[in-house]
Design a protein around this ligand. Sequence first.
Ligand code: ZN
Length: 248
Amino acid sequence: MAMKYGIICDIHSNLEALNLVVDYLKRVEKIERFICCGDIVGYGAKPNECTEFIRQLENCLVVAGNHDWGAVGLEDTSFFNPIAREAVEWTRRNLTEDNRNYLKNLASEIEEKNFMLVHGSPRDPINEYIFEQTTFLANLPGIKKNICFVGHTHVPLCFYATSSQQIGEILLDDGTVVEINPSYKYLINCGSVGQPRDGDPRASCGIYDAQRNSLKIKRIEYDIAKTQEEILNAGLPAALALRLGYGR
Ligand code: ZN
């Protein structure tokens, strides 16, 4: 069986993007396994629909994100900015009990044979952002596998350390392929499905081929206008609709 994984992180209640990304991964890439590095909910208008979508997706490894646990009362949201907090409170009010229980029971870290996944960082799985090589270096001892997949920053980026601990990074644009060296350590963020922040408003996802040991990034257009309308109709802050158009 082909050991290809679709990587879908930071969905943020964006059902339009999630639908198209998973459809592409299944139909075009023939993918039957998925990795989700958290933040299924928060910001967008479809928390129940997105949570149910992930629950029904077969062979999907899922870890919790700060918004998932914020929405079910497991994370302190007083550090969230005012707009994020308004959204997390809206999400808390709108989640069904079933979905709330599902999010509550997510693990904060999953380890497989060749890779692991967390939302933030190995030393702080829920909350730490890794934008810089120094933060990657500080987290290197926690990377117990060839690859650590993360989310949280919403910026597609790959850090690596060679066996002699030389550090480097690779920008992950649409179509970028990274050949994974089995003797290196990697920390890979495949970007955000539902709220990209690298200036490209298209949904971002990854394709990890565990047999060939390669990773590819794919950007996918979705109906941003419809998603913005749903956010406004739900009474969520207008800034959350606007930012989807800029990809920031
Ligand atoms: Zn997020």
